[in-house]
Design a protein around this ligand. Structure first.
Ligand code: FES
Length: 66
């Protein structure tokens, strides 16, 4: 699977939960928005330090959709 953004799919974006960019991209492709991805994976529910990275990644995925 080709990633739509510049991040390697196996790179961890949320260290609290170990969630990777690839996992977020997969959930986004299934129709989950930021809240849904957060509920599903727990991202943003720990320290919150990944918030900017996760939001900007989802933003990039959304804008790359045709
Ligand atoms: S790094 Fe994602 S909640 Fe802490």
């Amino acid at each position: 699977m080709t990633n739509n953004a510049d991040n390697p799919s196996d790179e961890i974006v949320c260290t609290c939960t170990g969630t990777t960019y690839g996992e977020i991209a997969d959930l986004h492709a299934q129709g989950y928005d930021l809240d849904g991805i957060s509920s599903k994976k727990g991202v943003l529910s720990g320290c919150g330090g990944c918030e900017w990275d996760v939001e900007s990644f989802i933003e990039a995925l959304t804008h790359n959709q045709s």
